[in-house]
Design a protein around this ligand. Structure first.
Ligand SMILES: Nc1ncnc2c1ncn2[C@@H]1O[C@H](COP(=O)(O)OP(=O)(O)OP(=O)(O)O)[C@@H](O)[C@H]1O
Ligand SMILES: [Mg+2]
Length: 232
């Protein structure tokens, strides 16, 4: 039996309903799951099945309509908005489908940004930022702005930005969806390598079965419900 601290995430009968005018959209219809730490977990499901909604709940970007969300042992409902944003800054790294880099900042400045938010001293910021840029193979592009980088390079900046603060949890929402299949595969390989090196918990969403190749645990969702959860 695993004890609680071995789970990065525990959901208990979680529901999420969006209100569209007067119409309720039930995006998550009651999901209970436990996601183990220090592994590569994949949430797989067709378009509209609730993957982004689920990741937003896991990342404390959104709150459930019902049920309990615990992330790294913390019951999210107990946090104020400000506490939730501090909790996110400290514990969670995000990688998005459309990269979400800050356009006016260079690759270096984008990677450094989470450390600025955490008020890390200048020397530590520089060391960590250069180390991460090196790890994702972008030292020579550190002065480039996002619009001066290819899609794959932008996503590598986003991976460096998510990992630079040494988060407990990294959430990646279809991080390869906007990349060609070869670049996408290299991004997946890079994420697996970084996960193995840093022992971070990764939760990766996709509707592409191809990305499951090295996954250690797969959660399959459909129409807002968990269909199966299996170890590979
Ligand atoms: N802000 C919102 N307001 C209303 N309905 C929403 C909102 N966000 C998502 N939905 C609805 O919730 C359901 C789940 O959406 P979600 O974005 O989580 O799916 P997904 O699995 O991430 O899909 P995709 O693979 O296309 O990204 C869909 O029916 C969607 O239309
Ligand atoms: Mg989505």
């Amino acid at each position: 039996m695993r004890n609680n601290s071995e789970f990065a995430v525990r959901l208990t009968d979680v529901k999420k309903t969006y209100l569209m005018g007067k119409v309720e959209v039930e995006a998550i219809k009651g999901i209970s799951l436990q996601i183990p730490t220090k592994r590569f977990n994949v949430i797989i499901g067709p378009s509209g099945s609730g993957k982004t909604t689920l990741l937003n709940l896991l990342g404390c970007i959104d709150i459930p309509s019902a049920g309990r969300v615990e992330v790294c042992g913390q019951d999210i409902a107990c946090l104020t908005d400000e506490q939730a944003s501090d909790f996110r800054a400290e514990n969670i790294g995000f990688i998005f489908q459309n990269f979400n880099l800050i356009p006016v900042l260079s690759a270096y400045e984008n990677v450094e940004y989470p450390l600025l938010l955490m008020k890390k001293p200048v020397k530590e910021r520089k060391e960590l930022t250069l180390k991460m840029l090196d790890a994702v193979g972008l030292t020579s592009h550190k002065h480039h702005r996002p619009n001066e980088l290819s899609g794959g390079q932008r996503q590598r900046v986003a991976i460096a930005r998510a990992l630079v603060k040494g988060p407990k949890l990294v959430l990646a929402d279809e991080p390869t969806a906007n990349l060609d299949s070869k670049t996408g595969q290299s991004i997946i390989d890079l994420m697996y390598a970084m996960q193995a090196e840093n022992h971070t918990t990764f939760i990766f969403s996709s509707h592409d079965r191809q990305v499951m190749a090295h996954a250690e645990k797969v959660f399959e969702i459909q129409d807002g419900l968990l269909m199966q959860d299996k170890e590979l």
